[in-house]
Design a protein around this ligand. Structure first.
Ligand SMILES: *Cc1c(COP(=O)(O)O)cnc(C)c1O
Length: 462
C-alpha cells in the first residue's frame, strides 16, 4: 500500500488505480504497483531499473493505460450515440511515431495542427482519411500538403478559405469542415480556453451566412462538417452538454443553405487528475454527455444523426506517462524553504512555468516511506521560476533517489525545448515487464545538428 500523502486526499480516499478506474481519473498509470523492494513498478517494469537502463530524466509511457483510454472513448461513443462516430486523438498532446501507431491501432483518427504533425502521423502509417488538420494560421504550404495527401482540413478563417480554394480543384475537391466559436464559457486557465467569443480560433457564428455564400460559389471546397472546441482541462459537463445544441443549430443553418455536412465535431477538453483535488468526470461520463446531447438536439430538430467526432488529447494520454528524475542538490533556506533539485525541469515540462500547473510526485525507490518533509522540487535551469512542484510532501530524500512526477503524458514532451542546451529526455513504452525505446535521448551532437558556423566566424588557432 502506498502511504505517501500524494496517494490519498484529506478525506482519506485512496487513488490507487483499480481495473475499473478511468485513466483520466487516476494519478498513476493503471498498471502502477509497489514491488517487494518497495519500489514503483509501471507496466511490470521497476522504475529504478528503467532509469539505470535508459538514463535520467526519462518519460515512461504505460501502453495499457493509453490503450484503455482509447477503448473507453471509442466504445462509449459507439454504444451511446445512435449514429456513426469516431474518436480522434488530438495529437498535439504528444505526437511521435510510436504514440501515433499505438493510438491508430485502436481505430482512432488524428487531429493534427501543423505540417509536421501531418507528416509524423502519415509516417506512423495512419491513412489520410483519418487525419484532420486544424490550426488558426495554416500556411499555404501546409494547406497544399494536407490537401494533396487527402486529409480533411478544418478551415479556421477567411484567408484559409481563399488559399485552399486556389489549390483545390473541382475534380478533386478539398474535404473541409468549418471551425466556429460557440460562445460558451468554461472555467479553465485563460490560455487554454478557446470557446468564448474573444478567442483567436474559428469563425464567429455571425459570419456563417457569408461563409456559406462563399462556399456556394466554390465547389472545389466540399463542406463535410462543422467543428467547435471550447477549451482544455474542463471538469464541468455543462459546457459540452450545451455545445451539442449549438452545433446542431449550425448544422440546421448549413442544411438551409443547401449543404449536406455529415460530421459534427465537438472537440476535446475533458480534464484529468493531476492532484487528488482534481475531480474530472470519467471518460465514459463525458462521452455519454456529448453523445446524448448531440443525439437529443438532432431528435428535437428532426434531423438525421450526423457522424459524431470527439477529439480528446490530455484525458487520453495524460495519466499514461510519468517522468522519472534523479534527485541532486539540496538547499535549505532556514525557516523559509528547502529546495531539492532534479536533473530536468522546464525544458522537459514547461507546464508549471507556463500555466502554474500543479503536479504530484512520489519517490520511486522509497514507496512506503512516510511523506514527512515539505520541499520545493526545483528544476536545473537558470530561471528562478523553474520549479517542478512547490511545497511537495515527500519522504526524506537524498541525492540519487528517483523522483517520479505523475501525469506527464500530455503537453510535456510535445512542449519540451532545449533551453540551456539541455537535450530532451528519452521516452520508453512499458508493457508486461518489457520496455521499448520510442524516443532517443538527445546528446551534445544533436544540439549542434542545425548550428552553422560561417567561415568568417571560425576562430583561428594562435
Ligand atoms: C487542443 C485541442 C484539442 C484537445 O484538447 P484536450 O484538452 O487536450 O483534450 C482538441 N481539439 C482542438 C481543436 C484542440 O485545439
Amino acid at each position: 500500500m502506498l502511504t505517501t500523502e500524494t496517494q490519498s486526499s484529506q478525506t482519506g480516499r485512496q487513488y490507487l488505480p483499480t481495473e475499473t478506474t478511468a485513466p483520466n481519473q487516476s494519478l498513476l498509470p493503471l498498471t502502477a504497483q509497489v514491488n517487494p523492494y518497495d519500489r514503483l513498478e509501471v507496466g511490470g517494469c521497476d522504475v529504478q531499473d528503467l532509469v539505470n537502463q535508459w538514463g535520467s530524466p526519462l518519460y515512461i509511457l504505460d501502453e495499457e493505460t493509453l490503450r484503455t483510454a482509447c477503448r473507453q472513448y471509442r466504445d462509449t461513443l459507439y454504444s451511446t450515440y445512435p449514429g456513426e462516430s469516431q474518436v480522434i486523438y488530438a495529437s498535439k498532446a504528444w505526437s511521435c511515431l510510436a504514440v501515433c501507431a499505438m493510438v491508430g491501432s485502436e481505430g482512432l483518427g488524428f487531429d493534427v495542427v501543423s505540417g509536421g504533425e501531418v507528416y509524423t502521423t502519415l509516417q506512423a502509417g495512419i491513412s489520410p482519411e483519418d487525419i484532420y488538420l486544424h490550426g488558426n494560421n495554416k500556411s499555404a504550404e501546409e494547406l497544399k500538403y494536407a490537401y494533396e495527401q487527402g486529409c480533411t482540413i478544418i478551415i479556421d478563417n477567411w484567408l484559409e478559405l481563399h488559399l485552399l480554394s486556389e489549390v483545390a480543384t473541382e475534380n478533386n475537391p478539398a474535404q473541409i469542415m468549418l471551425r466556429l466559436t460557440p460562445g460558451i464559457e468554461c472555467h479553465t486557465h485563460e490560455y487554454i480556453r478557446t470557446g468564448h467569443i474573444d478567442s483567436k480560433f474559428g469563425f464567429d457564428p455571425s459570419q456563417l451566412p457569408e461563409v456559406f455564400t462563399f462556399l456556394q460559389k466554390h465547389p472545389q471546397l466540399n463542406l463535410i462538417g462543422l467543428h467547435a472546441h471550447i477549451g482544455s482541462q474542463i471538469f464541468e459537463r455543462q459546457p459540452h452538454q450545451d455545445l451539442g445544441g449549438v452545433l446542431v443549430n449550425w448544422l440546421q443553418t448549413a442544411l438551409d443553405y443547401g449543404f449536406k455536412p455529415q460530421i459534427l465535431n465537438v472537440g476535446g477538453g475533458l480534464g484529468m487528475r493531476y492532484t487528488e483535488q482534481d475531480d474530472p468526470p470519467s471518460i465514459k461520463e463525458w462521452t455519454q454527455t456529448v453523445a446524448q446531447s448531440v443525439a437529443k438536439a438532432c431528435e428535437d430538430q428532426g434531423l438525421d444523426y450526423p457522424k459524431l467526432i470527439c477529439e480528446p488529447g490530455r484525458s487520453l494520454i495524460g495519466t499514461a506517462c510519468i517522468t522519472a528524475y534523479t534527485v541532486g542538490s539540496r538547499k535549505v533556506v532556514p525557516d523559509i524553504r528547502t529546495y531539492i533539485a532534479v536533473d530536468g525541469g522546464m525544458s522537459d515540462n514547461p507546464r508549471p512555468i507556463t500555466y502554474e500547473s500543479v503536479y504530484r510526485a512520489v519517490i520511486a525507490n522509497k514507496m512506503s516511506a512516510a511523506a514527512n518533509e515539505t520541499v520545493t522540487v526545483a528544476g536545473k535551469h537558470c530561471e528562478s521560476g523553474d520549479v517542478v512542484i512547490p511545497d511537495a510532501r515527500l519522504p526524506q530524500t537524498e541525492a540519487g533517489d528517483i523522483l517520479v512526477v505523475m501525469g506527464t503524458g500530455a503537453y510535456n514532451y510535445s512542449m519540451a525545448s532545449n533551453y540551456n542546451r539541455i537535450g530532451r529526455p528519452a521516452a520508453v513504452v512499458v508493457n508486461q515487464g518489457e520496455s521499448y525505446l520510442i524516443i532517443e535521448r538527445e546528446n551534445y551532437q544533436d544540439l549542434l545538428r542545425k548550428d552553422r558556423l560561417p567561415d568568417r566566424l571560425v576562430r583561428k588557432s594562435q
